[in-house]
Design a protein around this ligand. Structure first.
Ligand code: C5P
Length: 222
């Protein structure tokens, strides 16, 4: 199968030297990419700026802004059997990017922010899509209720819900997986590598069931 994975944060420029971003490390997305490659899948990894080496054998697309990530995901989704949108895309971007560095003054300033385009929602709206669509929900409260809402609103097949306080910039994670058919399963706290392997198995099983895809399980690459 071919996996499309988005990972890491995005940077939304304010002026030539400043931007809005977040603390996402990209570790979960990269671990999913590695886990998929390990068992012989093809991977298109669309990554925001992170301090991680791109996995060997992945098709790697480096992006900075939410708009660049949106365009790359839209362009490559139909080549994929499983789309895993793991990136912590900024929810807002400055309405205008100043062409010159904004000068410091003693006065208060405000920056007008407008919503970014939602990649997961946009792929979920595609008619006759033939790829499994999985999103992530990082929450600090009402984890499952918020994740269930996302599953519905963004019309995806799977939402992987995690506590932002455990997941952010950490090597470990603990997730609850909500499925479009109402099922639910949990992966207990473990290194992200281990969680990623379980997730890849789950995504493949579900994609095979939903879209009658062939699950290629090749022996592990060394
Ligand atoms: O709505 P929220 O940002 O909490 O949703 C999280 C999920 O949506 C993640 O899978 C994230 O990658 C995806 N997302 C996206 N594009 C955005 C915002 C979120 O793909 N602009």
């Amino acid at each position: 199968m071919t996996f499309l994975i988005t990972a890491g944060p995005t940077r939304e420029p304010i002026d030539p030297v400043r931007y809005l971003s977040n603390r996402s490390s990209g570790k979960m997305g990269y671990a999913i990419a590695e886990a998929a490659l390990e068992v012989g899948h093809d991977v298109i990894l669309i990554s925001g700026p992170v301090n991680l080496a791109p996995p060997r054998n992945a098709r790697f697309i480096s992006v900075l802004t939410s708009d660049e990530m949106f365009e790359a995901a839209e362009r490559h989704a139909n080549e994929s059997d499983v789309c895993v949108l793991c990136a912590a895309v900024a929810d807002y971007q400055p309405a205008r990017v100043s062409p010159a560095k904004i000068k410091k003054s003693g006065d208060k300033i405000s920056i007008e922010l407008i919503p970014t385009r939602d990649i997961l929602q946009s792929l979920g709206r595609r008619q006759h899509r033939k790829f499994l669509l999985a999103g992530f929900a990082a929450e600090t409260n009402d984890l499952e209720a918020n994740a269930a809402k996302k599953l519905q609103e963004k019309n995806c097949d799977i939402i992987v819900a995690n506590d932002a306080r455990i997941a952010l910039d950490s090597d470990e994670n603990e997730v609850v997986i909500l499925f479009g058919d109402g099922q639910k399963t949990k992966i207990s706290r473990a290194p992200k590598k281990i969680v990623a392997r379980e997730l890849v198995k789950i995504f493949c099983k579900f994609a095979t069931k939903m879209f009658d895809k062939k699950d290629v399980m090749i022996t592990e690459r060394t």
